[in-house]
Design a protein around this ligand. Sequence first.
Ligand SMILES: NC(=O)c1ccc[n+]([C@@H]2O[C@H](COP(=O)([O-])OP(=O)(O)OC[C@H]3O[C@@H](n4cnc5c(N)ncnc54)[C@H](OP(=O)(O)O)[C@@H]3O)[C@@H](O)[C@H]2O)c1
Length: 237
Amino acid sequence: MRIDGKTVLVTGGARRVGANIVRAFAAEEADIILHVRHSREEAAELAASLPRPERCRILMADFAIPGAAAKLFAECGQVDILVNNASMFETDELVSGNEAHDREQFEVNFWSPLALMRAFAAQELPEGGAIVNLLDQEVTHRSAHGGAYALSRRALADATLELARELGPRNLRVNAVAPGPVLPPPWLPDGKMARTIPTLPLRRKVELDDLTAAVLFLCRNDSITGQILCVDCGQSL
Ligand SMILES: NC(=O)c1ccc[n+]([C@@H]2O[C@H](COP(=O)([O-])OP(=O)(O)OC[C@H]3O[C@@H](n4cnc5c(N)ncnc54)[C@H](OP(=O)(O)O)[C@@H]3O)[C@@H](O)[C@H]2O)c1
């Protein structure tokens, strides 16, 4: 699939991983719909820095609110490529979890991306389309303190495979990238990620550009659907 001239919706696209994905698609001459929740200033700065700022629209939605994702999609017009990047990452033991909090993680990490995929699939896309879901290498195994976050990511991993099967006959491809450690969240105790890195088979963190390249690869390659590509320096092993 060619990326130039296509319209790409990137959720949570203002900062960090999402911003790098937005830059890469913009460099390939795609039209961007940049979704944000809180990071409006960062989104405006990012849009202004793109080669064609006028080809980047910024839309807001809080995916913790049921129905917000479908409403967002209705504002988009045609979307050829959907990148479900936004997520809520708060790990805890499942046994001590708070139900309201766990439900919020599922709303943001599973129900909202699923709603976007359903809305995407409801379009007429004669030239086909592609979805890439950002997951986590945790989907491949169980780890301590994965909690509701890991459960919600595994649910989205299953939905990725299920929808790939259902949507394949319409040339709508559904894949996922499962990252290892790229950028620590601001709340992570100092040094936790630094302690993890030497335990990975490749003994290094995932490069942001390598992760982004995997997203673009899965969009471009017309023969691939239903794949979950770990970009994790071997962490899932
Ligand atoms: N960073 C890593 O090392 C790593 C490792 C494994 C997997 N991943 C996965 O890779 C993807 C990107 O990682 P990241 O670290 O860049 O993610 P992140 O910073 O934790 O979150 C990305 C964006 O999600 C949006 N978001 C959060 N809650 C939301 C809500 N209720 N409604 C709508 N949007 C919401 C935020 O947008 P606003 O800023 O606009 O509020 C945020 O900027 C995620 O899916 C993550 O799970 C990342």
